[in-house]
Design a protein around this ligand. Structure first.
Ligand code: GGG
Length: 338
């Protein structure tokens, strides 16, 4: 009999390394993905500060098209360019990846006060104070904080769905509605409207300032936190600090048709080019991408390998107190998987 060859799924992945350590952690991540038996086809796009110097734009149309045409996007980091719009904020908007998912989990062997943290921040990605609508004159400048019912309900739904998927029991809405009465009034109302569709999930809401304190004093009480753009951004950096820092903080930006995965950290110009950036947040973001693509087994293998390398305490980058390089850590992770 003639052998029937069933074609295997090949995923098109847009790779946008950006600036600074974005390039180093992306090459490390590609090295790791290449070593695994995955059907990924990488296509490369430019964005960021260096891209602006070369092409006169921080986010070329070709990059947007490449990202839109791909099954998923891997993004490294971008350095802000004076006077220019942020490429990553605009790319998230162009792809309509409205939910920024930022998991926060304790690792064994990381010197943290709490070892039982496991929650996720769901940050609204398309509006809030990141509307980039600022105007005024030299005496008075105004930033628009846009909150719509549509986006607030959509992000609340994403948070409740994620809570169900993670098998957790509570969603916390974070706002500042005692001061931002209209905008955060709408955000909070939208949250409780959507909550009615999930009677099995517990709900609570806190002011953002109180939440900043509870994250330090009782982080294990959180399951899923949903917040607007700026609050979600700030709280996720604070939360990353509880579990080892930005070197261990991955993220996914999810919409109805696209997924973009990037480390929470930026381009870190102070350590760029030194081969000492922690590759784990980029690699964990790639693992989130594999989850999104339905490749759960290999995604779990990657997470398990990182947990093992981190908890062994032997091979770590300087941000975690070690003296290993980006590539030494990456190779140690690969060795745990294959
Ligand atoms: N991976 C997230 C990232 O690159 N953050 C850096 C950032 O937000 N840079 C500002 C900008 O792109 O304008």
């Amino acid at each position: 009999y003639e052998q029937i060859v069933v074609s295997e799924i090949m995923y098109d992945i847009a790779v946008i390394s950006g600036d600074g350590i974005g390039r180093e952690v992306m090459s490390a991540c590609e090295y790791l993905l290449d070593k695994l038996d995955l059907k990924l086809s990488f296509k490369y796009g430019e964005a960021g500060f260096d891209c602006f110097n070369k092409n006169g734009t921080t986010l070329p149309e070709e990059t947007i098209k490449l990202a839109n045409d791909s099954d998923a996007v891997l993004f490294g980091a971008s350095t802000s360019t004076p006077g220019q719009p942020s490429p990553i904020i605009n790319l998230r908007k162009e792809l309509n990846v409205y939910a920024n998912i930022r998991p926060i989990k304790s690792y064994k062997g990381i010197n943290s006060i709490h070892d039982d943290i496991d929650f996720v921040i769901v940050r609204e990605n398309t509006e809030g104070l990141y509307s980039q609508a600022e105007y005024g004159d030299e005496n008075k400048v105004i930033a628009e904080r846009i909150i719509t019912r549509r986006a607030s309900e959509r992000i609340s739904k994403a948070a409740f769905n994620l809570c169900v998927k993670r098998g957790q029991s509570k969603v916390t809405c974070v706002h500042k509605s005692n001061v931002l009465k209209k905008t955060d009034g709408v955000f909070k109302e939208s949250f409780y409207k959507i909550a009615k569709e999930y009677p099995q999930i517990k709900t609570e809401d806190f002011y953002v300032d109180a939440t900043a304190m509870y994250l330090i004093t009782q982080p294990q009480n959180f399951d899923v936190i949903v917040s607007s753009n700026l609050f979600g951004d700030i709280l996720s950096d604070e939360s990353a600090g509880l579990v080892g820092g930005l070197g261990l903080a991955p993220s996914g930006n999810i919409g109805d048709h696209n997924g973009l995965f990037e480390p929470v950290h930026g381009s870190a110009p102070d350590i760029a080019g030194k081969n000492i950036a922690n590759p784990c947040s980029m690699i964990l973001s790639a693992s989130m991408m594999l989850d999104y693509l339905g490749e759960w087994e290999i995604s779990n293998d990657i997470k398990g390998a990182i947990e093992k390398v981190i908890s062994d305490c032997k091979i770590r980058t300087p941000d975690l107190g070690g003296d290993s390089s980006t590539m030494e850590v990456t190779k140690a992770i690969v060795k745990e998987i294959i």
